[in-house]
Design a protein around this ligand. Structure first.
Ligand code: OGA
Ligand code: MN
Length: 288
C-alpha cells in the first residue's frame, strides 16, 4: 500500500474558476493553499491571474510561512519600502486599520508603489481580522481602460512617460498612521520613478494604461499644471464602474492581484472597527 501511494502521481484536478464581474476578477475553488501545490496547479493559478487580473480564494487557513511559500512559487518576495514588516517576517506587511483610526492604508485608487524603478508584479493579501461589515476592496482592469480610449488619444499617449512619486499628499495621508508607528525611512524621503504611460504586459503582451491617481504627478518633460487636465481625465476614465469588481472579504479570504494590469481601492467604510490584513509583495520588472 505504502509502495502504491508513493508511486501514484498526484491527481491534477482542474481548478474551479468563476468570474465575479464582467471586466475583472475571478474566484478560484478547489485548492488548499496551505498545501504544497504541484507545478501544474501553480501554472493554472498563474493562468487564471493573467486572464482575470485578480483572483480570489475563500475559506483558506494559512500560516505566515504558508503564505510566504505560496507567494514564492510566483517570484521573489520583496519588502514594502516605507513601512516595516510584521515582527519576524520582513516580507509580510501589516495592512491594518485600528478601531480609533480614520484613514485606511492605500484608501484611494492606485497601483502599488509605481514610484519604484521595478514596481511589483503583484501582491497576495490575506484577511486576518475583519470588520463586521464594510472594508471591501475594488479592483479595476487597466487593459480595458487602455483599449476603450480613442485611437487619437492612444496615439498621443504612446510616446509619453509618467513621473510617479511616493509623497503625493492624498496618498501620504492614507499611510500616516503606519509611518507614525512603523516607518522604515524618514518622513521626508521621496521615492520617484518614470514609467511608460502605456505599458506592455511582459507575460500577455497586452497594453495597459499605467498612470494612477495616487502616485503619478505629471508627464515626463511637462509641468504638473500642464499634465493635470489629461491626467485627471485618465484617472477618472480608468476607474469607470464597468471596468471594476468589488470583493467582499470573509474570514479566510485571499486576493492575489496582478499589479501590472490593475488598480485597487480599499473602501474606508467601517469606522470604529478593526481590519487586519497580511500582504506579501512579489517582485516585478522595469515596465516597458
Ligand atoms: C495594499 C492595499 C488593499 C486592502 O495592500 O496594497 O492597497 O484591501 N490594500 O487593504
Ligand atoms: Mn495597494
Amino acid at each position: 500500500m505504502a509502495q502504491l501511494a508513493k508511486t501514484a502521481s498526484p491527481a491534477t484536478n482542474a481548478l474551479d474558476i468563476r468570474p465575479v464581474a464582467g471586466a475583472v476578477g475571478a474566484e478560484i475553488f478547489g485548492v488548499d493553499l496551505s498545501q504544497e501545490l504541484n507545478d501544474e496547479t501553480i501554472a493554472q493559478i498563474r493562468g487564471a491571474l493573467l486572464e482575470h487580473l485578480v483572483i480570489f480564494f475563500r475559506d483558506q487557513d494559512i500560516t505566515p510561512e504558508q503564505h510566504l511559500a505560496f507567494a514564492r512559487r510566483f517570484g521573489d518576495t520583496v519588502e514594502y519600502p516605507l513601512v516595516k514588516g510584521v515582527e519576524g517576517y520582513p516580507d509580510i506587511m501589516l495592512v491594518i486599520k485600528h478601531e480609533h483610526e480614520t484613514v485606511n492604508f492605500g484608501g484611494l485608487w492606485h497601483s502599488d508603489t509605481t514610484y519604484l524603478e521595478k514596481p511589483p508584479m503583484g501582491s497576495i493579501l490575506v484577511a486576518r481580522e475583519l470588520p463586521p461589515y464594510g472594508g471591501d476592496t475594488l479592483f479595476a482592469n487597466m487593459y480595458m481602460a487602455y483599449e476603450t480610449l480613442s485611437d487619437g488619444l492612444k496615439e498621443l499617449l504612446a510616446p509619453l512617460r509618467g513621473v510617479s512619486v511616493s509623497n503625493r499628499p492624498r496618498v501620504s495621508e492614507t499611510r500616516q498612521e503606519r509611518m507614525a508607528d512603523s516607518a522604515k525611512v524618514t518622513p521626508e524621503t521621496v521615492l520617484t520613478a518614470v514609467h511608460p504611460v502605456v505599458r506592455t504586459h511582459p507575460e500577455t503582451g497586452r497594453k495597459a494604461l499605467y498612470v494612477n491617481g495616487a502616485h503619478t504627478i505629471r508627464f515626463d518633460g511637462m509641468s504638473e499644471a500642464e499634465s493635470a487636465p489629461l491626467l485627471d481625465y485618465l484617472f477618472k476614465h480608468q476607474t469607470r464602474p464597468e471596468f471594476t469588481c468589488r470583493f467582499r472579504w470573509e474570514p479566510g479570504s485571499i486576493a492575489f492581484w496582478d499589479n501590472r494590469a490593475t488598480q485597487h481601492n480599499p473602501i474606508n467604510d467601517y469606522h470604529g472597527f478593526k481590519r487586519v490584513m497580511h500582504r506579501i509583495t512579489i517582485a516585478g520588472e522595469i515596465p516597458e
